[in-house]
Write a protein that binds this ligand. Sequence first.
Ligand SMILES: C[S@@+](CC[C@H](N)C(=O)[O-])C[C@H]1O[C@@H](n2cnc3c(N)ncnc32)[C@H](O)[C@@H]1O
Length: 300
Amino acid sequence: MASRDDILEVNRRYHDVAAADYDTKWGVDYGEVGRAQVLGKVEKLLGRRPGPFARSLEIGSGTGYFTLNLMQEGVIAAGVCSDVSPGMLGALRANAERLGLDVETVVGDAAALPLADAGFDLVLGHAVLHHLPDLERAFAEFMRVLRPGGVLLFAGEPSRYGDRIAALPKRAGLAAAPLWRRAVGARAAARNGNGGPPDDHLLESLVDVHAFAPTDLERHASAAGFADVRVRGEELLANMFGWFNRTVEASAVHEDIPFGWFRYAYLGYILLQKVDGALLEPHLPAAGFYNLMLTARKPS
Ligand SMILES: C[S@@+](CC[C@H](N)C(=O)[O-])C[C@H]1O[C@@H](n2cnc3c(N)ncnc32)[C@H](O)[C@@H]1O
């Protein structure tokens, strides 16, 4: 089993390399679409027009998807972004500069934040908890740096059940990839020496160290002393559709894929997200969804 330090090091290296193409690969957007996506997720947890929060800290901020979009929406006034990967924070600063936003960046592990106590009104993160080898220490750090009454918010964490469900569209995508490439007229992407999946995917499986049951997240937050802990699930059909599409796309030379395909993939995803939100999320238990979201409050 990999040690805590190994996991941190692989995460740093993997994300440093991924930083240059990260926004393109994951469709990270800072325009109207990205702002609506991020605000929609935060509103699911905090209600309509949340905040404004005077000073926030993002954990594993990557290229800035959450903080930069929330600053543009006026939900956050001053944002501090932390990440174990200096490469990701470099990409974030370039995005912030392009958008005319002023953010502070801090390199560091979520479980040992180089920051003073009680300095933030909001501690947030998206798609990061599942990378952390020491969740107990990380949640203790979130508690320490929040001011009394401050809000904790995490979204985009893979659920255990959802992770298993995602294996289906990934397998279907791999099986359909040759036919799909022929249909869209794209060449096959280069593979590693073993003829296996691209190396990128092998590393991806090393950096993802958890998939959660809703009770796991509740337990970590409660054990750290948080109050009003709530976990909910989001997206099922949209994610299955997305994983299929990403798998076939990853099998091809990116530049060969026609723009029309990306448009179809994007519109289909948005449509299914609406179906998930309106028909499934209000009725199914959190564990049944692909993503889990958590909110809690530091007692006053
Ligand atoms: C899947 S990316 C998500 C990035 C961004 N939050 C987003 O939604 O686009 C996970 C991020 O967590 C960071 N990360 C991984 N392990 C970390 C750790 N121990 N402490 C802080 N950040 C970490 C990675 O470097 C990466 O930027």
